[in-house]
Design a protein around this ligand. Structure first.
Ligand code: GLN
Length: 310
């Protein structure tokens, strides 16, 4: 491909920095409300490790729900397909923090990327551990796949969500009532709030997602993070559920498996080719990064990258 990716990501970063309409920064987690909405970062890491960055690609941000990709990977490694008895695999068509479906579906969340589903996934990781150990295991895993020991948890963000995450407390208690949570809600949520508070730069996040672009192989350590079948399935879930009730529109516009977070980050995977991270804190009406999606749309169009194209 005769494509100058450095120039392309530079152009995209320049275009995004000039945009006036940037969406609204999440404020329901008070600590996230302090983030400057004018920030924009992009990192494209090719399968061979070559990286092209633009904007604030080295500034750490709160990955929030993007962490759900890593906890799902860990949970599948731990309990395998038994996970699917406790959480579904269908798009929800509802907001990420919705509670309504849970009643009709008897405490079994639609998919592992809405909050309820991710809380169940985290609950499986707690099995037999103290919350501190489970948090440590998640952080170690993210550092391992990114091959970067400087990745950290932003304690102020974790504290902020612990103090204000009443909807998640409601979701966890409700699932507990249906028998779909094995641990006390406050223990599982303690782990969940900390995984969401992992901070990474676009460059680090693209590195952490690279195993999903490599059909499950670890990029540098040799061997596998997951089987190729599992990597494909995680990518399938990212495509169908990674942007909540915006997943259809995102697939239509970008055509790549991707996971968003309310910190404004998006991790997108081009199987066999690249792992991409973008960050712009302003969110659209369904809670996904407004300019992050636009940047990925620009990049996908210019590169021809799509899971629907040869
Ligand atoms: N920690 C956030 C929450 O549970 C994550 C949500 C998100 O990133 N969409 O509300």
């Amino acid at each position: 491909m005769n494509l100058d990716l450095d120039a392309l990501v530079g152009d995209i970063a320049a275009e995004m920095s000039e945009r006036e309409e940037r969406g609204a920064v999440a404020s329901y987690i008070p600590q996230l409300a302090h983030v400057d909405p004018r920030r924009f970062g992009i990192a494209v890491m090719l399968a061979d490790g070559t990286t092209h960055v633009g904007g604030d690609a080295d500034e750490a941000f709160s990955i929030q729900s993007i962490s759900k990709v890593f906890t799902l990977t860990l949970a599948l490694g731990k309990v395998g397909d038994a996970l699917w008895r406790r959480v579904g695999r269908e798009p929800s068509g509802n907001p990420f923090n919705s509670i309504v479906q849970l009643e009709a579906e008897k405490g079994i969340p639609r998919n592992p990327f809405i909050n309820a589903g991710a809380i169940v996934v985290t609950d499986t990781l707690l099995g037999g551990h103290a919350p501190k150990e489970a948090i440590g295991e998640i952080l170690r895993f993210v550092r391992h796949v990114a091959d970067d020991d400087t990745i950290f948890i932003d304690k102020a963000v974790a504290r902020s969500e612990t103090a204000t995450g009443h909807r998640n407390v409601a979701l966890a208690n409700y699932m507990h009532a249906f028998g779909n949570l094995e641990h006390a809600p406050e223990l599982t949520l303690g782990v969940y709030f900390h995984q969401c508070a992992i901070a990474m730069s676009c460059r680090q996040l693209a590195a952490a997602g690279r195993f999903l672009a490599l059909d499950g192989r670890h990029p540098t350590a040799g061997g596998r993070v997951v089987s190729s079948e599992r990597a494909r399935r995680i990518n399938a879930l990212m495509l169908t559920c990674g942007h909540y009730d915006g997943s259809g529109d995102f697939a239509f516009r970008v055509g790549l498996p991707a996971k968003s977070g309310v910190g404004g980050g998006i991790l997108a995977i081009v199987p066999g080719k690249a792992s991409i991270a973008v960050w712009s804190p302003g969110l659209n009406r369904v809670g996904n990064s407004m300019l992050g999606a636009l940047a990925l749309e620009r990049l996908a169009r210019a590169t021809g990258w799509s899971v629907f194209a040869p």
